[in-house]
Design a protein around this ligand. Structure first.
Ligand SMILES: C[C@H](Cc1ccc(C(C)(C)C)cc1)[C@H](NN)c1nnnn1Cc1ccc2c(c1)OCO2
Length: 329
């Protein structure tokens, strides 16, 4: 039985958290975006056109003695933000921290959309969602976590994302030093392939929790906290000078004073998103106005508890108990 840990680095404004992995023999090191809201492990590869690669590291299956082409298999993924990628599939050895999976499906990109080409630090995505939504055809493949979990002390992983500092993903154990107080547990609905849960309510600032069911997913691959329009309006109605700016595609407000905290329920506990984390990023060089870290989930079909929510907490993604645990830190 094993456990493992790997450090993840926050990019500017915590837009994404990038984590090192190794693929093949000898090991090829890439840095990828661990994404609990999708279930494909895909990487930039030597099969792509040179014009689509701008600084990323690439996986070269021909340079790995352990790679084996999954004949006839292809993949294609389109993400909710409109970005996309596609290619073919190899089985190869993948190592994360001290954990190794010998025959992991590695989806080699042949094509990626501009959003990926224009992100030089990101060499691909590693899905930590449920394998039911893996896009490989004709036979969907297992995620790294699904393949490694039989070797883990217990089938769970935890996230400890931080604001502007390296965080960590742990596999197979809950580090008692990583959180304070109690862990609030809530059941997971994985019927859509996500780590879905329902929050019983929310509060703005110091007011008492309002009963308002919020069904959403815990998604490390989404930067912001995307909530129902009515809740977003209620929050920004208490932020001086806040307004919806269609040119920015969301609510903006003066960067000072610090806006109120946002609190959401998890079972009979609460998670507090401090006001200074709702200040997502300045939209002008004079740092006068800021883009909000809380925005609307309109059009998605569910809410998304992305990095703005996750980085306030130590979160346990428990596949054994099919539950999410949230704790302060
Ligand atoms: C968007 C990410 C997936 C991704 C991550 C990074 C990137 C870049 C490297 C190019 C920066 C692109 C894509 C998310 N992951 N679960 C996702 N994948 N599929 N749905 N979602 C969540 C969603 C859905 C809808 C939305 C959204 C979000 O933001 C705005 O509207």
């Amino acid at each position: 039985r094993q456990t493992g840990t790997v450090e993840t680095d926050a990019e500017k404004h915590d837009v994404e958290y990038l984590t090192p992995i190794s693929i093949g023999t000898p090991p090829q090191d890439l840095i990828v975006d661990f994404d609990t809201g999708s279930s494909d492990l895909w990487v930039f590869s030597t099969e792509m056109a040179a014009k689509d690669i701008k600084g990323q590291a690439v996986y070269d299956p021909n340079n790995s003695s352990t790679s084996e082409k999954l004949q006839g298999s292809t993949w294609q993924i389109t993400y909710g933000d409109g970005s996309s990628s596609s290619g073919d599939v190899y089985l190869d050895t993948v190592t994360i921290g001290n954990l190794t999976v010998p025959n992991q499906a590695v989806e080699a990109a042949k094509k990626v959309s501009d959003e990926f080409t224009d992100d030089p630090n990101n060499d691909g995505l590693l899905g930590l969602g449920f394998s039911s939504i893996n896009t490989v055809q004709p036979t969907p493949q297992n995620t790294f976590f699904d393949n490694v979990k039989k070797n883990l002390d217990t089938p769970l992983f935890t996230t400890d994302l931080k604001h502007g500092a390296p965080g960590s993903y742990n596999f197979g154990y809950i580090d008692p030093a990583a959180y304070i107080g109690n862990i609030s547990w809530t059941p997971v609905d994985n019927s859509q392939g996500f780590w879905g849960f329902t929050s019983p309510g929310y509060a703005v600032g110091t007011e008492t929790l309002r009963n308002h069911s919020i069904s959403g997913i815990a998604d490390t691959g989404t930067t912001l906290l995307l909530l129902p329009k009515s809740i977003v309006k209620a929050y920004y109605s208490e932020v001086q000078g806040a307004q919806y700016d269609s040119s920015q595609g969301g609510y903006v407000f003066p960067c000072s004073p610090t806006p109120p905290d946002f609190v959401f329920g998890v079972n009979n506990g609460i998670v507090t998103v401090p006001g200074d984390m709702v200040l997502y990023a300045p939209i002008d060089s004079a740092n006068q106005n800021c883009f909000g870290g809380i925005q609307s989930d309109t059009g998605i079909g569910f809410s998304i508890f992305g990095d703005v929510a996750l980085k306030t907490s130590f979160v346990v993604f428990d596949a054994g108990g099919l539950q999410l645990g949230w704790a302060a830190k």
